[in-house]
Design a protein around this ligand. Structure first.
Ligand SMILES: [Fe+2]
Length: 407
């Protein structure tokens, strides 16, 4: 056991568990590329000087290797297939490496500020997928740069971990705190901008937001979707077309918005017996849609959780200007996720999620009872929101496969 003496480590007469020492010793032999799993190793010293390394999995130890001295070559690729294990160190039992791990030959030790980043980058460069390599490398570089810039205390780093933990714990089926975090840090809008470099006359996009509900109830054109929500009556009329102006029949038009007090159906204090202020429509043969509801209001994003705490610390208000959400899709087109913002709202210039674009700000019109300018009918005076959406063609779409659409 000269190698042990050289390493400066001592062994006991009985079984010893010391994860840090285990890592040190294993490094003398082979290097596991998944350094994050070091804590799952256990080293056992026997009275006769034999050392065994085990891999803890499923609550029990799986035997990895056993030896009295290191293999002669540190370039061995795996203990499982290492022909160089000295005879004095016979392999005992199962010698299979843990699934998903590969062995290399570079030492991993003695890290400090000057070399830890490059050491981690070297590890992630071994990922098989090029995108994984790219994303992992960028994550490591930027995360380490943040830490170097702000030099957090241990307590501050603990607070950061606790913040992310609370963010996850705050998520429910109807509340997505991580989307709020992404939105309020401007990341959602950045991702949206990168992914929607659209033709000039296509309707601009904005954030999805945390209140979208999949499988919204389908409604017929002209239906009232407010279902008891409080607020001023609203008529919404619009069309959906291609960038060349041709109408899109059968496009799906998902919409959702708050009530007149700024609450979505999934968060309001009133039992609305299901979803309200949200629906899915299909455009008619001329690409038209229309429905009735109530005028939405500006509202604070949910600020009683970690994201709200963050906003308070940053001195920011949690409000969004009043808007109606739309998600419009059709085969062969880029799905459009956007809002229509109501002109005059006090929060248009300080939207907490940075979602406002000039082209999406629209004024409400006054509509009297009777036939509308677009050929629909209302039985009482109402506010009206009219907008014509333009969808960009999907670059990779095979239009020959477009399904037949009933008018
Ligand atoms: Fe919203």
């Amino acid at each position: 056991m000269d190698d042990v003496a050289e390493s400066g480590l001592s062994r006991s007469a009985g079984e010893v568990e010391d994860h840090r020492i285990t890592a040190e010793l294993v490094q003398n032999w082979v290097v596991w590329r998944d350094a994050g799993n070091w804590e799952r190793f256990r080293t056992i010293w026997h009275p006769d000087g034999r050392m065994m390394a085990t891999w803890t999995q499923g609550g029990r130890d799986e035997f990895i290797w056993s030896a009295r001295s290191p293999p002669p070559s540190r370039s061995c690729k795996a203990a499982t297939a290492n022909p160089g294990l000295p005879s004095a160190a016979p392999c005992l039992g199962r010698l299979a490496a843990p699934a998903g791990l590969a062995l290399g030959g570079d030492a991993v030790r003695n890290f400090d500020e000057s070399n830890i980043t490059e050491a981690v980058l070297e590890k992630v460069r071994q990922a098989k997928g090029s995108r994984v390599r790219q994303v992992s490398g960028s994550l490591v570089r930027h995360l380490h740069a943040i830490v170097r810039e702000i030099e957090p205390t241990q307590a501050e780093w603990g607070q950061a971990i606790e913040f992310l933990t609370r963010t996850g714990q705050t998520c429910t089926d109807t509340r997505q705190e991580f989307i709020l975090l992404s939105d309020t840090l401007g990341v959602s809008m950045l991702v949206d901008a990168i992914n929607h470099r659209l033709p000039g006359n296509a309707t601009e996009t904005t954030v999805l937001g945390p209140f979208y509900v999949q499988a919204a109830p389908e409604h017929g054109l002209g239906d009232d979707i407010s279902k008891g929500m409080v607020g001023e009556p609203l008529l919404v009329e619009g069309t959906v077309s291609h960038t060349d102006g041709s109408p899109i029949a059968g496009a799906t038009v998902d919409t959702w918005h708050t009530d007149g007090d700024g609450f979505y159906d999934v968060q309001g204090p009133v039992d609305l017996q299901g979803l309200a202020g949200r629906a899915r429509f299909r455009t008619d043969a001329a690409g038209r849609f229309w429905f009735r509801s109530i005028v939405p209001a500006s509202y604070p994003i949910p600020d009683d959780g970690p994201v709200g705490d963050m906003l308070k610390l940053q001195g920011r208000h949690p409000y969004r200007p009043a808007h109606v959400h739309f998600m419009i899709g059709h085969f062969g087109c880029e799905t459009l996720v956007t809002h229509l913002f109501l002109a005059g709202d006090q929060y248009l210039d300080s939207d907490v999620v940075f979602g406002v674009k000039d082209s999406l700000i629209h004024s409400l019109e006054e509509q009297s009872a009777g036939e509308t300018a677009r050929g629909n009918w209302v039985d009482r005076p109402t506010k009206a929101l009219r907008f014509d959406f333009v969808l960009a063609r999907e670059q990779s779409a095979n239009l020959a496969e477009a399904p037949a659409v009933a008018g």
